[in-house]
Design a protein around this ligand. Sequence first.
Ligand code: PLP
Length: 353
Amino acid sequence: MSEYRSSRFAGIDVYVPGEQPRDRKYLKLNTNESPYPPSPAVLEAVREASRGLNLYCDPTALTLRRAAAEVYGVEPEWVLPVNGSDEILNFAFMAFCDRDIPAAFPDISYSFYPVLAGLHGVRAVEVPLRPGFIIDYRDYLGLNCTIVIANPNAPTGTALELSDIEAIAASNPKNVVVIDEAYVDFGAKSAISLTKRYKNLLVTRTFSKSHSLAGGRLGFGIADPGLIADLTAIKDCTNPYNVNAMTQAAGTAAFRDNEYYMENCRAVADARDYAAGALRDLGFEVTPSKANFLFARHPSVPGGELYKLLRERGILVRHFSSPAIADYNRISVGTMEQMKSLTGRVEEILASL
Ligand SMILES: *Cc1c(COP(=O)(O)O)cnc(C)c1O
C-alpha cells in the first residue's frame, strides 16, 4: 500500500479470484466455467462487431436488452446489461445500501458480498446458515436491510423454493432483495416472474457459467423499471459504455441460440448428478447441488490436502480456507468425460492413503 491511498480504503479486504494458472495445462474445475465453447453464431457476431471498434458502442445496449427481454419474458426497460454480474452487485450496493441501510447475506456465500460491503463502508449482517448449509427463509423476514442471496447458493449449491423468495420479498417491502441467479440455469427455479409482483426484487444473472462467456464479461439485472433506473443512473455515473461492442454482439447472438446453451446446461446437470453419485460411492459427503459445482468432503482426507493432491495430478478444484468450510472442496462440473477423470484421480488418491 502506498502513502497515497485514501483513508476510506485503507483497510479494505479485496476479493481473491480463483486461480487462472498459466504454468501448465490443468483440468480446470475451480471457477465454474462452462466446458463448452460459445456457439458458432456468437463467434461470428464477435468478428462482425470487431470491425466497428473505432466507434463507441451503444450505451443503452438496446439490441441486447431486447434479446434478453424476449428470453426472460419481460420488457426491455426491465433489463440492465452489465460487465459481468459482479458489476451489478457493485451497483446494487451503491444504489441501495448506506450508513443506515446495511447489507444482509448468508455467512457462507459468494465472497464478493462482504468485499463490496467493505468497499462501500456498509455494515454487513451475516446471517448464519442452518445445519446442512441450508438457507432458511425465516431468517430473512423483516430485516430492514438490503438482502443479497445467491440462489442456488455458492459454494454450497443448495437452492431455495420460489415461495421462500416470495416470502422474503413480501416481508421486506421497504428494502431491496437481490437474488443472485448466477447458477439458476443448472436446475433451480428463477425468481424473474416474481419481479412483476415485487418492485423491490432484483434478479441478477451472468453469462459466465451457463452461456460460455466468462471471458466476455456479461451479466444482467432484471427488475421493475424503478430499480433498473436507479442502477442505470449508477452505471451512467461510473462507466456509461460498460458492456463493450463485441460482448453486446456476443450476448445478443447467445440469446438467439439460447437452446444450444440450455442443452449444455442439461448435460452439465447430468454430469453433476453422475459425479455426485460416484463421489458418494467413494465415501464423500456431497451437498445436494442445483448448480454446476459440487461441494464435498471426505472423512479421511482434509480439504486442503485433497486440493493439493489433485493439483499435483493436474486437476484444479477450489478450496476455501475459512474454518467452517475448510474440510470441503468446491468442484466445478464439466463434461461427463472430465468428471470421469476427476473421480478416477480421486479413487487413486484414496487408494494411496
Ligand atoms: C460467478 C459468480 C458471479 C459473478 O459472475 P460474473 O458475471 O463473472 O461477474 C456472481 N455471483 C455468484 C454467486 C457467482 O458464483
